[in-house]
Ligand binder design. Structure first.
Ligand code: AMP
Ligand code: MG
Length: 362
């Protein structure tokens, strides 16, 4: 059970950042409390990495299983040695940090001795990143400690990208919420395990894996669980086995072999839906801007995720739309698939997991 707290909500930006509100949040972190803070990906639920009691409170507040480790957020590379065993870190890794930090790329590296096992869920590795958000950076810097933080949603729900999501999930469960409006990417960081050679993509996210490969000049392994078509093996990717992002309404991902003939693809979707509708089910279609018109005449709700030519937009709209599905009073939702390239891989990972692997190839 979580404790019932008197949560304070402070507006900090995006335009004007009041430092006194960040200072209040800093006090909370220093005293072992919980702060929800904005990042460029989604909102995080943070505590002092080195305060075991505070870390345990994160798991209670989210209802998160204890075997699902947290990401440690740092504000400068000087803080790296506090959390990572630098003996094992090679030049390649520093090059990646220089290129992608601050930014939505998380690395798995060997842990420094003093990082509590509560943070890493018993593992000898840590997940670490430097967020590209002025509020997050200031909070970490003034707290003078790396901040461990998972996404600020109740366990199993889509990550929060808007203040109202945070308030819905975290009111009464945390000490302070720093509200900075909508987050930029709206999807979590990309996680790459650099303790292996070749490196392994553990979670596709806001940085396309191809960009990292190009810079590293090395192949990064993309296992089936990173595509969202298989459960993650526990030792490699703890916590990824849990159902995530899922609405209560059943969701089916309708995937095509390829997406070059959208007209033909939607015809097959319509055929699929007509079978469902014959049993009297109310249906929601999550479509794309390019296809929405093709559903005209269909007696169903249609929501547009965004344009296929702008996957950034689709990735950003995904979590708010997944959160809204249950409010529409439909029996079933079907969603179009996207090519697994660039952010398309990230989008397909989230959709497949949200559907509980309810994937149909049509
Ligand atoms: P969240 O911030 O809520 O997206 O959760 C962080 C995710 O990072 C977890 O679900 C883990 O799968 C992943 N993670 C954190 N630490 C490690 C680690 N040491 N090894 C592998 N994955 C990790
Ligand atoms: Mg999460």
């Amino acid at each position: 059970m979580h404790r019932i707290l008197n949560t304070k909500v402070f507006k900090v930006g995006p335009d004007h950042i009041e430092i006194r509100f960040i200072e209040e949040a800093v006090k909370v972190i220093r005293d072992g409390g919980l702060v929800v803070f904005p990042t460029e990906t989604v909102y995080g639920l943070g505590a002092d990495t080195f305060n075991r009691g505070a870390i345990v409170k994160i798991f209670e507040a989210k209802g998160r299983p204890l075997d699902n480790p947290l990401i440690i957020h740092i504000a400068s590379t000087d803080q790296l040695e506090e959390v990572v065993d630098l003996k094992f870190v090679k030049l390649d890794v520093y090059r990646l940090m220089e290129k992608f930090w601050p930014g939505p790329l998380t690395f798995i590296l060997p842990k420094a001795q003093h990082v509590p096992y509560e943070v890493t869920a018993g593992k000898n590795t840590v997940a670490v990143r430097m967020p590209a958000h002025p509020v997050a950076l200031k909070l970490i810097e003034l707290s003078r400690t790396p901040i461990a933080a998972p996404s600020a949603n109740l366990s199993g729900k889509p990550s929060p990208t808007l203040p109202e999501h945070v308030i819905k999930d975290m009111m009464g469960r945390v000490d302070v919420i720093l509200d900075s409006g909508e987050t930029l990417y709206g999807v979590e960081s990309t996680i790459i395990d650099l303790t292996r050679d070749p490196p392994i993509l553990l979670r596709p996210g806001a940085v396309p894996v191809e960009e990292v490969e190009k810079y590293l000049q090395k192949k990064i392994v993309v296992p089936d669980f990173a595509r969202g078509i298989a459960e993650a093996p526990e030792p490699l990717s703890p916590g990824m086995k849990y159902r995530h992002y899922a609405p209560n309404t059943p969701l089916i991902v309708l995937e095509a072999e390829d997406y070059s003939n959208l007209q033909g693809y939607v015809e097959k979707i319509l055929e699929y839906i007509s079978v469902l509708k014959s049993s009297g089910k109310k249906i929601l279609v999550l479509a794309s801007r390019e296809t929405e018109n093709l559903y005209r005449g269909l007696d169903a709700n249609v929501l547009v995720l965004g344009s296929r030519k702008n996957l950034f937009e689709i990735a950003k709209n995904l979590f708010p739309i997944l959160r809204s599905i249950d409010e529409l009073g439909v029996d079933l939702a079907v969603v179009e698939g996207f090519e697994e390239r660039g952010l398309g891989l990230t989008i397909m990972n989230r959709l497949r997991k949200a559907s509980g692997y309810n994937i149909v190839k049509i």
